[in-house]
Design a protein around this ligand. Structure first.
Ligand code: PEP
Ligand code: MG
Length: 868
């Protein structure tokens, strides 16, 4: 029979899949002789079993009895005992951490008798009833689904009547009354009485935690974080220790390094005389861990020593939950700490410098996607200078964001769905708000600390976050927030600085951040390691400069048709396309030649000794033609062609399937003078730079090739032009002429195509379009449904379809290299910047990827990870 329950002393950290992250770590810490309260773990197999049968199996129940008996023996306490009552916590814990998404119940075992026993034992009646009212509220909410607010109202009313500011002022008499009122809530709810039997409480709690795997917020979190539905959660049952037992007690969380900035200094928060959920839920704003240093110096020192021991043991930044019960420290949890992308990079680089981890480990610690969030904007210093902050909170998650204010998750979601940029402002957030948080540019709360739900979630998502901005008073009914006299209405624009914690009214201009500091170090290591090169797709010196700043190896694709999207050029381009013959094309070509010479000159000059691959014109004609009568009139005036003539030419050029029409090298076959002009422009730029002392070797790329004979024809056109210019100028240089691989036919005949190509570069946009037969411009109308229905695992225009398109690529690579063993092979479609695709490209022998400038750092890291 499969063992379904493990005591902490039986497990270890390698058993995550079975014991969940929390259970495996509790077991590991038990082995490290750290002060962990005793307990045991119900495995994820038990969860699967429950999901199938919808009940706890007999086998599990009998193991549970044994485990409880053993826990009673080792703790010397009895479940239901009236002298030494055993109280336990019941907590979820999946293999992959899902903070706050599933349920927890504390103080299981308390009832009308044991609460008295606890009071007598601890000489603290107030503490006993405080624990009991917490159990009643948590149990009611988690097991019976009674709204938490119903219990909160009673608590708030009791404080109000007595004029108390904080929960701590409630007396034991008040708490006894609250316990009675809470029991009345059970009766009114119609769900049943609160069960007095500890065993019954425990079984109901276990059921509820298993059920919570399927609650809405957990499902949304799993989707967002790509966590498999089939993992299931383990359940940890652990002897309670009490942070609410008096002034020598408390509870807190600590990170072994700062999770927002990565600074190497234990960062934490704690509350005196409180239970865990008070800190995590942000109900009371906690004290900094520095205050613990003053309150209980010995405990502080012990905690620091444990933090160091754990970080060294796990070789990563840890997030600890601790409780102090009557002056004794206990650890309730340790796990790899969630951190901002900034912190992830800094911690990884620092830990290499400290000799704790290797460069390879550091590279693997940082998710490539998170790097892209680090490149996102911060507020423009000049623009910021003219704004005064309305208020300041804790800088929970760095970045800068502007958006329109909403006060509930539903309103935020609705506005975001309608295309608005949204900032969610709330008193605090709870896991139910996840839908609204995901779509927000920034999350702001008035309560809670750096480890509150809002802070943790914002950091995890890379959203800007400010928490505990206590001057903000949110009025959910009137849909306004007040800061002193100032009123923020729903829909007002605000700007949020997650690095300073400041909140501003209005929109503030942002600027982009470069690759610097530790990120630059990490990306340099990535470059040393990666097999594949990372180039950029750039058409302008500005884009190219950005990509160079981000460490691009050169240009892998210049889409020359993009160079014509400026008004003065569009005119010439239209004259060229609409001309009836070579004679008509001669003048616009001369104009375009001048412009293109300068374009190429600038790119080459910026590149220095880096490679630049220029693709000859590939314009889908429809993008350049006038679309309606109004445009016909305007263009007619611009290019001095009578409207009826223009209409006639436009009609003659109209195509039913323009993406499959007269574009790419097909245009070269019918209008050779266009490619001749471009090659002339390239060579003129090269010669000019040669005269200035810079040696450039042009790489010219032909789009849309589908056969050897077609490529041979176009290649000859290009080479004739190059050779003519070289002999004219008595000038020699090496150059290459390669092809894009974007037609399935070219892939399956790649051995032949390679005979006339110096390199291949996969245009996965067109290759995907033609392999699936999906029009790349029209997929939006059905792709979301395909993904929702699970027909496709992902949009193949964003992540390579390895089975179909990928197989064609493999065929092309193998055949191409049969002909030329050293054939350089690139990928320059959009998936060239996608980490999952990059891993695949590395496997199939791609030489380099090329992507948009902002994806370059992401691709560099992904390329290194693919190699390791
Ligand atoms: C491609 O098809 O993947 C490609 C890079 O070319 P374009 O997107 O310009 O058609
Ligand atoms: Mg293409």
């Amino acid at each position: 029979m499969t063992k379904l329950i493990y005591e902490f002393s039986e497990g270890n950290m390698s058993m995550r899949d079975l014991l969940g992250g929390k259970g495996a770590n509790l077991a590991e810490m038990t082995h490290l002789s750290l002060p962990v309260p005793r307990g045991f773990t119900l495995t994820t197999v038990a969860c699967h079993d429950y999901q199938q049968k919808q009940t706890l199996s007999d086998g599990l129940l009998s193991e549970l009895d044994q485990a409880l008996t053993h826990l009673s023996q080792t703790t010397g306490k009895q479940f239901d005992g009236t002298s030494q009552p055993l109280l336990v916590s019941v907590r979820s814990g999946a293999a992959i951490s899902m903070p706050g998404m599933m349920d927890t119940i504390l103080n299981i075992g308390l009832n009308d008798q044991t609460v008295e026993a606890l009071a007598t034992l601890t000489h603290n009646e107030r503490f006993a009833y405080d624990s009991y009212r917490r159990l009643l509220a948590m149990f009611g909410n988690v097991v019976y689904g009674i709204d938490e607010a119903t219990f909160d109202h009673v608590l708030t009313a009791a404080k109000h009547v007595n004029g108390y500011q904080s929960d701590l002022e409630l007396t034991s008499a008040d708490l006894k009354q609250i316990v009675n009122d809470f029991k009345a809530i059970y009766q009114q709810s119609g769900k049943g009485e609160f069960p007095q039997s500890p065993k019954e409480q425990l079984l109901a709690a276990i059921n509820a935690v298993f059920e919570s795997w399927n609650n809405h917020r957990a499902q949304v979190y799993r989707q967002q974080n790509h966590i498999s539905e089939s993992l299931g959660t383990a359940v940890n049952i652990q002897e309670m220790v009490f942070g609410n037992a008096g002034d020598q007690s408390g509870t807190g969380v600590a990170f072994t390094r700062n999770p927002a900035t990565g600074e190497k200094k234990v960062f934490g928060e704690y509350l005196l005389n409180a239970q865990g959920e008070d800190v995590v839920a942000g109900i009371r704003t906690p004290q900094s861990i520095e205050v613990l240093h003053e309150d209980m110096p010995e405990i502080y020192d012990e905690l620091m020593a444990i933090a160091e021991k754990l970080e060294t043991h796990y070789q990563d930044m840890q997030d600890l939950e601790f409780t102090i019960e009557n002056g004794k420290l206990y650890l309730l949890q340790a796990r790899d700490g969630k951190r901002t992308p900034y912190a992830a990079v800094k911690i990884a680089v620092d830990q290499v410098d400290e000799g704790l981890i290797t460069k390879a480990q550091a590279i693997q610690r940082v998710s490539p996607e998170s790097v892209s969030t680090m490149l996102h904007p911060e507020f423009d210093e000049g623009a910021l200078a003219s704004h005064t902050p309305m208020t300041t909170g804790l800088p929970a998650s760095p970045g800068a964001a502007t958006g329109q204010v909403y006060f509930t998750a539903e309103d935020a979601k609705q506005a975001a769905d309608a295309g608005e940029k949204v900032v969610l402002i709330r008193q605090d957030t709870s896991p139910e708000d996840i839908d609204g948080m995901i779509v927000s540019q920034a999350i702001v709360t008035s309560r809670g600390g750096m480890t509150s739900h809002a802070a943790v979630v914002a950091r995890g998502m890379g959203a800007t976050g400010v928490v505990g901005a206590h001057e903000i008073q949110v009025d959910y009914v009137a849909k306004v927030a007040k800061i002193g006299e100032q009123v923020i209405h729903e829909g007002d624009w605000v700007s949020v600085d997650g690095t300073s914690g400041e909140l501003y009214l209005g929109q503030i201009k942002t600027t982009s951040v470069g690759v610097k500091g530790e990120l630059s170090v990490l990306l340099d290591w990535a470059k040393e390691v990666a097999q594949m090169g990372v180039y950029t797709n750039a058409d302008t010196p500005q884009d190219f400069q950005k990509a160079l700043d981000f460490g691009a190896d050169g240009i892998g694709l210049t889409r020359t048709e993009h160079m014509f999207f400026k008004p003065e050029r569009l005119v010439q381009m239209r004259r060229l396309i609409l001309a009836e013959d070579a004679l008509g094309r001669a003048e616009p070509l001369t104009e375009l030649l001048k412009m293109q010479q300068e374009d190429f000159y600038q790119l080459y000059k910026l590149a220095g000794d880096k490679e630049v691959t220029i693709r000859l014109l590939d314009p889908p004609l429809h993008e350049f033609l006038p679309h309606d009568e109004e445009e016909i009139q305007a263009v007619s005036q611009q290019i001095h062609l009578a409207p009826e003539k223009l209409r006639e030419r436009t009609n003659a050029l109209k195509e039913l399937n323009p993406m499959l029409g007269h574009r790419g090298d097909r245009l070269a076959v019918t209008f050779p003078d266009i490619y001749q002009m471009q090659v002339k422009a390239i060579m003129s730029a090269v010669i000019r730079l040669h005269d200035e002392g810079l040696e450039v070797h042009p790489h010219i790329m032909i789009p849309l090739t589908d056969s050897k004979s077609e490529m041979a024809w176009v290649r000859q056109l290009v080479i004739d032009q190059i050779e003519a210019m070289m002999s004219d100028q008595e000038f020699e240089l090496a150059y290459t002429v390669g092809t894009m691989m974007e037609m399935p036919r070219a892939c399956v005949t790649a051995d032949q195509v390679a005979e006339v190509s110096d390199f291949f570069s996969f245009g996965t946009n067109d290759l995907t379009q033609l392999t699936f037969g999906y029009s790349r411009d029209d997929v939006g109308s059905f792709m979301p449904e395909y993904i929702k229905q699970g027909i496709l695992p992902a949009d193949p225009f964003q992540t390579i379809d390895t089975e179909g398109v990928g197989t064609l690529m493999e065929i092309a690579i193998n055949k191409g290299r049969q002909t030329k063993a050293e054939l350089p092979i690139g990928v320059c479609g959009e998936v060239g910047g996608d980490p999952a695709s990059i891993e695949f490209f590395n496997q199939i022998g791609v030489t380099y990827v090329s992507c948009s400038p902002y994806r370059v750092p992401v691709a560099r890291l992904a390329a290194a990870q693919a190699t390791l």
